[in-house]
Design a protein around this ligand. Structure first.
Ligand code: NAD
Ligand code: IPM
Ligand code: MN
Length: 352
């Protein structure tokens, strides 16, 4: 039996709801397939911030670095500004543990009705490779002359050759394992420095992958085409901000924010990767017991896949697919049902 040490950060809002509802079931499913894991729970987040003045302790990243993987619920609280909470916990982990590949699958499952007319199960299946450590999320800039008419804000984007090349190469590698089609999304008609640089690197890396067919889209056209012809996408590679925006579209056209999983992957052995649902803390439904736990289960599936535990990963993924395909299974309100989080998890348990 392989045994793993997993750090769990439930975080804010519905984060603890979906993490606590899924953890015992996921632990059993893993153990039954020969992958035991111990969790260490870190109660970091906005409550911690209100008590301690920081979202996590100073040595937080060093402590996380010791684990085999990290699972995170969500971060964000109506009482504290988002730039404080996200810059205090989620974003420093992605950057500090060099989790440069943000991998976000977008799959329209059987039994799920897409808001797009005519699309059924299996018709949408693409993965977004989002750069996760720099780009528009670089913490470079400042505000000057506060309160004056000439008050100024500067926010610079950072595109390094190393950072750009490695996410593009990771996306090409993924394309060779999938359908061999890669869409690079930029805005090089307007952003003539960083995005033309990105295009140049796509061209360089493409030479190493002659079997991959490369398409380039401007981000506005990509937003349109993800709605107009989502069936044609396979692997999408984009900068940090563009990848963020496009994956909310991906979640919605495949049924719900409550079904979208995500991995923040550091591909080497130096640091652990972190897995989390794409959604946030959903303050509008917190405490109602209706948060969809399936994005969380699918994110656990990505975690086990990354650890090399394919059987566990497949069991969790297939269990979700099986439940969604069953018209009589419980569903949360985001999928048009009236069941709660717990009912969905216990049904899933019975399927595995
Ligand atoms: P959100 O994802 O929290 O919610 C958007 C909408 O989707 C809401 O109507 C919500 O009820 C619904 N939703 C989300 N997850 C759901 C689930 N599992 N089941 C059913 N419905 C679900 O995005 P938001 O409202 O823009 O942001 C709320 C807070 O979360 C903000 O503080 C934001 O900064 C933060 N946020 C954090 C993360 C993260 O931790 N990774 C991601 C996105 C937003
Ligand atoms: C996401 C979220 C985060 C991001 C926010 C909360 C900083 O929207 O994980 O998609 O932009 O990466
Ligand atoms: Mn987002």
């Amino acid at each position: 039996m392989n045994a793993y040490e997993i750090a769990v950060i439930p975080g804010d809002g519905i984060g603890p709801e979906v993490v606590d509802a899924t953890l015992p079931f996921v632990a059993d499913a893993a153990e039954e397939r020969g992958a035991a894991f111990e969790t260490t729970r870190f109660e970091w987040g906005t409550e911690y911030y209100l008590d301690h003045g920081e979202m996590m302790p100073d040595d937080g990243l060093d402590r996380l670095a010791e684990f085999d993987a990290i699972f995170l619920g969500a971060v964000g609280h109506p009482e504290v500004p988002d730039h404080v909470t996200l810059h205090g916990l989620l974003l420093p982990i992605r950057k500090g543990l060099d989790q440069y590949v943000c991998e976000r699958p977008n799959v329209l499952f059987d039994g799920i009705e897409s808001p797009l007319r005519g699309y059924g199960g299996g018709d949408v299946d693409f993965v977004v490779y989002r750069e996760n450590t720099e780009g528009e999320y670089a913490d470079i800039g400042g505000r000057e002359h506060r309160g004056f008419d000439h008050e100024t804000a500067v926010q610079s984007a950072l595109f390094t050759r190393r950072g750009t090349e490695r996410i593009i190469r990771a996306a090409f590698e993924a394309a060779t394992e999938r359908e061999g089609h890669l869409t690079s999304v930029t805005k090089s008609n307007a952003q003539a420095h960083s995005m033309v640089f990105w295009d140049d690197i796509v061209e360089e890396v493409a030479a190493e992958f002659p079997s991959v067919e490369v398409e380039r889209l401007l981000v506005d056209a990509a937003a349109m085409d993800l709605i107009r012809r989502p069936h044609e996408f396979d692997v999408v590679v984009a900068s940090n901000l563009f990848g963020d925006v496009l994956t909310d579209i991906g979640a919605q056209i495949t049924g719900s924010m409550g079904l979208a999983p995500s991995g923040n992957v550091h591909p080497g052995p130096e640091y652990p990767s972190m897995f989390e649902p794409v959604h946030g803390s959903a303050p509008d439904i917190v405490g109602d017991g209706v948060a969809n736990p399936l994005a969380t289960v699918l994110s656990w599936s990505l975690l086990f896949d990354d650890l090399g535990e394919g059987d566990v990963a497949d069991a969790l993924w297939d269990g979700v697919a099986d439940q969604l395909a069953d018209g009589s299974a419980p569903r949360t309100p985001d999928l048009g049902g009236s069941a709660g989080t717990e009912a969905v998890v216990s049904d899933l348990r019975s399927r595995l």
